[in-house]
Design a binder for this molecule. Structure first.
Ligand SMILES: [Zn+2]
Length: 214
């Protein structure tokens, strides 16, 4: 089963991916992770990626696609995989279709976790992180016992720049524009499955498993 998991930061992609990998025994392929691994293993594409990273530039689509290609042909992907964070753009989606066609297959499901800006902002902007030990809290869903102090080590809690409301909203806008292009690309076939990502994690994973037939 080959799955693409789409969703903005804060929609719970990581949680859902973990549940799916556990249930169907297929690996989760996250672009950032495999990029780092390809560089470390010095694969052909890894070496190319490193030259762009060393010069401070973005790794171009063709290299990212090359690394994904290397990864999905590894033995542990024989029963399928979940792509998390890829494709991000229409160009990447088209390149992925081309690569999969060459391998004699295609994506089975595109799960789109749809959440609105308000939900994401509420989830992300409430996050607090300990300066000392990195422990995460949430002012609403998982508050520390003493306001502004870490339960574990007593360190000061702070809000990361990435979690500030204006940053969250800006990232969402960028994401949303790209995601709508992917939606129209994939929604011409029956494999595109939108899921309401504003619901609780439990409800979302139940819907996802229903779709995948788990
Ligand atoms: Zn701490």
């Amino acid at each position: 089963m080959k799955i693409i998991l789409l969703g903005p930061p804060g929609a719970g992609k990581g949680t859902q991916a973990k549940i799916i990998t556990g249930k169907f025994a297929i690996p989760q392929i996250s672009t950032g992770d495999i990029l780092r691994k390809a560089v470390k293993d010095q694969t052909e594409m890894g070496k190319r990626a490193k030259s762009f990273m060393d010069s401070g530039g973005l790794v171009p689509d063709e290299v990212v696609i090359g690394i994904i290609n290397e990864r999905i042909t590894e033995p542990d992907c024989s029963k399928g995989y979940i792509l998390d964070g890829f494709p991000r753009t229409l160009i990447q989606a088209e390149a992925l279709t081309e690569a999969l066609t060459a391998l004699g297959g295609d994506i089975d499901f595109v799960i789109d976790l749809k959440a609105d800006a308000e939900t994401l902002s509420r989830r992300l902007s409430g996050r607090r992180v300990c300066r000392e030990c990195g422990q995460m809290f949430h002012v609403e869903f998982n508050p520390s016992k003493i306001d502004g102090k870490c339960d574990k080590c007593g360190g000061e809690l702070y809000q990361r720049d990435d979690d500030k409301e204006e940053t969250v909203l800006k990232r969402f806008e960028v994401y949303d524009t790209q995601a709508r292009a992917l939606e129209s690309y994939y929604s011409t076939s029956g494999r595109y499955k939108p899921v309401d990502g504003n619901a609780s994690m439990e409800d979302v994973s139940q819907k996802v498993l229903d779709i995948l037939g788990g």
